[in-house]
Design a protein around this ligand. Structure first.
Ligand SMILES: [Zn+2]
Length: 352
């Protein structure tokens, strides 16, 4: 695809006008109301879930099995933080809701508001119980009972393996998204210039090895993609705008390839951090393909964020520190020029 594709420029231009007029406002309203019911379920093939989850997690979240009592890592966890769905990252319980029910599974007396948990009648094993599942990904969590010892009278009995734990969440006003658009040096350089971006870090995500090195990722041993992790201020920019920039500065139609860079580490991928980001990404990709904005189908993968490993210091701010190198002049500079042309009103004000 020609990076100055007039189709894309026209499409993004129209989209920017529409979104600044009303689209973003609606998205914000939904966040405030926590109306997760409007977020469609995260649909994946069984094969995709199998590759994302551990064998034990797959058996519980997707096949409704139950872990052995007293076996879960989070059973005695009493740190302050938030418990999220291990399938999709949706925030389900906070630590103030946890209590020791002596039953062998993590138990909670309440849930984070916003219909994040669905209740379903379960008549298996000759009993009538209430099954609880994650509203966003339909992952099985456990059961809900009316015998809780606290004021709510509820006991959410949850498999530890259905949950992840985020410790000491300082509710900042900032949001985070993780994007793979080929060589991270290029993508990082662009976002450093977007107004509302607080921090951009180059690194790796989406693989199966902890703490991968650049060399390991380069020879495609670890399954990671080169990514940038972007922290942004939603009062100045938005996940929508971040993704518009993303689709402007890389080619999402080439499989495991960006220009001369070839390999799965250069795949086009969005690691979303919440169901709202998933919906924005899904809608954008569907819209691109429906309107044939690109000459070829958009192949961008949309995956739940799991873990990010920052690259070594020498890879951070690479363009800023190496702008005279040929790669920066030939590959990064044209992307920056294109970004600055389309998003000229959205550039970060020069620091004073
Ligand atoms: Zn979920």
């Amino acid at each position: 695809m020609n990076i100055y594709s007039s189709n894309l420029v026209l499409f993004l231009g129209t989209l920017l006008i529409t979104l600044s007029a009303c689209g973003q406002q609606n998205a914000d309203d939904k966040m405030i109301n926590n109306n997760i019911a409007e977020v469609p379920a995260i649909l994946k093939t069984e094969q995709a879930w199998k590759s994302l989850l551990s064998k034990e997690q797959y058996a519980i979240l997707r096949q409704k099995e139950t872990e052995r009592p007293f076996s879960g890592k989070l059973l005695y966890n009493n740190k302050k933080g938030i418990y999220t769905c291990a399938g999709c990252g949706s925030e389900l319980f906070n630590s103030d809701m946890k209590f020791d029910a002596h039953c062998g599974w993590p138990s909670f007396d309440n849930e984070i508001s916003g219909n994040k948990i669905k209740k379903i009648e379960d008549r298996s094993h000759g009993m009538i119980r209430t099954e609880i599942v994650c509203s966003a990904c339909n992952g099985h969590l456990g059961h809900l009972f009316d015998d809780g010892p606290t004021q709510s009278g509820k006991r959410y009995c949850v498999n530890s393996l259905s949950l992840n734990f985020k410790e000491n969440i300082q509710k900042t006003p900032y949001d985070t998204i993780t994007l793979g658009g080929g060589c991270y040096w290029c993508v990082e350089a662009v976002y450093e210039k977007l107004d509302g971006v607080i921090d951009v870090v180059s690194g790796f995500s989406g693989g199966s090895v902890a703490n991968p090195t650049y060399q390991e990722v380069c020879i495609e041993k670890t399954g990671h993609a080169e990514v940038v992790q972007i922290v942004f201020d939603p009062s100045k920019t938005s996940a929508t705008e971040i993704l518009q920039v993303f689709f402007t500065v890389h080619d999402p139609t080439t499989y495991h390839r960006q220009g001369a860079d070839i390999g799965a580490q250069y795949r086009s991928v969005i690691f979303y951090h919440n169901p709202q980001q998933y919906k924005i990404a899904r809608d954008l990709v569907d819209e691109f393909n429906k309107k044939k904005v690109y000459d070829n189908p958009v192949l961008t993968e949309i995956e739940p964020f799991r873990v990010f490993y920052a690259a070594d210091e020498e890879h951070q701010n690479y363009y800023m520190n190496n702008s005279n190198k040929p790669y920066c002049k030939m590959v990064i500079q044209p992307k920056l020029d294109k970004f600055e042309k389309i998003f000229k009103d959205r550039l970060r004000k020069k620091s004073h």
